[in-house]
Write a protein that binds this ligand. Structure first.
Ligand code: FE
Length: 215
């Protein structure tokens, strides 16, 4: 069944209790809730899954397009599925999806390493804010919780990613957002790397399926 958030939800309720005048529990209004309310993979969704690689019963798909790594990759990111921290600002974004081979077989234990600018378009190049790696589960499924990245000069909204099947080729790419004006002028924007997005109760929910070369 649906996963339930635990402590964070309790705190959220406490801040709205009528007799609670404490200010030290008040969350700054612009902060993203760090509650790890996971989105179940089968949650009802208005996302058009026909655009997803290996969606709608497809038996084959092309490898996820590769794009430049850019200047801001940092090795040895922490292993974590949520890039949110206390005080993180921005629009919460939860991306879910699968890693498949080109014959649409799910890839368990595939590496996914995400990095991105914060909501103001700034990279953390001294630490690991908005950097994290994880591995797909036995079904090839992943989920990353973050915020919508800000735009910085010369680029459109994007999230960097490296994906690699166990012992497979390392694919470096970027994910893009539909409906962003700067997509039209970004020199490396690729339609095939658009997230499928819908608004959620507390931000945005997105899906993207990666396709890696058959081992
Ligand atoms: Fe970038």
């Amino acid at each position: 069944g649906p996963l339930r958030s635990s402590g964070a939800a309790d705190r959220a309720i406490a801040t709205t209790a009528p007799n609670n005048n404490s200010t030290d529990q008040t969350t700054p209004p612009a902060s993203v809730s760090t509650a790890t309310n996971a989105v179940p993979p089968t949650a009802s969704s208005n996302i058009d899954t026909s655009t997803l690689a290996c969606g709608n019963g497809s038996q084959s798909a092309t490898v996820t397009p590769e794009l430049t790594e850019g200047p801001y990759f940092t090795a040895n990111s922490p292993e974590r599925a949520s890039l949110l921290e206390d005080g993180t600002v921005g629009t919460k974004l939860v991306i879910t999806g699968y890693v498949y081979t080109t014959d649409c077989q799910p890839v368990a234990n595939a590496l996914l390493d995400f990095w991105q600018a914060d909501a103001n378009g700034v990279y953390d190049n001294s630490g690991y804010n908005f950097r994290g790696h994880q591995f797909t589960d036995a079904n090839g499924y992943y989920q990353v919780t973050t915020v919508v990245p800000g735009i910085y000069t010369g680029r459109t909204e994007h999230i960097h990613v490296k994906v690699q099947a166990p012992n497979g080729k390392l694919i470096t790419s970027q994910l893009f957002f539909p409906g962003v004006a700067e997509n039209d002028t970004d020199r490396i924007f690729d339609q095939g790397l658009l997230l499928a997005i819908q608004e959620s109760s507390d931000g945005q929910q997105a899906q993207f399926n990666f396709v890696v070369p058959a081992p």
